[in-house]
Design a protein around this ligand. Structure first.
Ligand code: 6PG
Length: 240
């Protein structure tokens, strides 16, 4: 199922994303395995989920939840660039997720390939040999990347590994990322996209044929929900 929902602004977008998170967590039986996206966009969602006055914190079954990340920068967990740290500060330090169920990438390791190997082993241990996340959040870069699958990167073409290292140019640190096979095996993928700087990438995803030059457009769950939550500025180049 493919769904594209457009919201007035980032606050409405965050509320919609929080409702999707809550509904999916409630729907799952004993455990709910979610992979969080990185960057700045999800911070508003994290804050909403952990805000005692939002109505979400008290109504989400945190005891079921295992948390993962769809990608991570190769920095220590206390670095301001760390996706783990962003989620820990805004969400995980404020809700009762069991620490043993927070599965961060060991991105501080000197070798990104070893960090990727260990994270792939964690995913296989926690989800089994054919890992299917209940929910994967993804963001979108202005260049059409998602997770750390950048245009032209060999990681975009990876068809067997589930987690790989990404050596990016000097402007972006090395990273560890979920691959498309792992992402497309999910029961539900939710893109959270805000801001006019993403509008052209959004247009390319929806109006151009799938291509490695727009990795986000290659995300299509094989048998799962494919949901795009956009604010109006991010959707402003779409022909609607
Ligand atoms: C990362 C992300 C990346 C991000 C997009 C959007 O680690 O940076 O996983 O894919 O989602 O670049 O980033 P913003 O939300 O900061 O615009």
């Amino acid at each position: 199922m493919r769904e594209q929902l457009i919201f007035k602004d980032a606050a409405e977008l965050d509320r919609a994303a929080a409702e999707k998170f809550r509904a999916a967590a409630r729907e799952s039986k004993d455990v709910f395995r979610v992979a969080l996206s990185g960057g700045r966009t999800p911070i508003g969602l994290f804050s909403l989920l952990s805000d005692p006055s939002s109505g979400f914190r008290e109504s989400i079954p945190w005891e079921k939840i295992h948390v993962f990340w769809s990608d991570e920068r190769c920095v220590p967990p206390d670095s301001p660039e760390s996706n783990y740290r962003s989620a820990f500060d805004a969400l995980l330090s404020r809700v009762p997720v069991s620490p043993g169920r927070i599965h961060r990438v060991e991105a501080e390791l000197p070798d990104p390939a070893e960090a990727a190997r260990r994270y792939e082993a964690t995913v296989l241990r926690e989800l089994g040999a054919r890992p299917r996340f209940d929910l994967i959040f993804l963001g979108l870069g202005p260049d059409g990347h998602t997770a750390s699958l950048f245009p032209g990167s060999p990681a975009v073409r990876e068809q067997s590994r589930l987690v790989v290292p990404v050596a990016v140019d000097q402007t972006v640190r090395s990273r560890v990322t979920f691959t498309l096979p792992l992402i497309n095996a999910a029961a539900r993928v939710v893109f959270l996209v805000s801001g006019a700087d993403k509008a052209d990438a959004v247009r390319r995803v929806f109006e151009e044929p799938p291509s490695e030059s727009v990795p986000a457009g290659l995300v299509k769950p094989v048998s799962g929900e494919w949901i795009w939550l956009l604010d109006r500025p991010a959707a402003s180049r779409l022909k609607i």
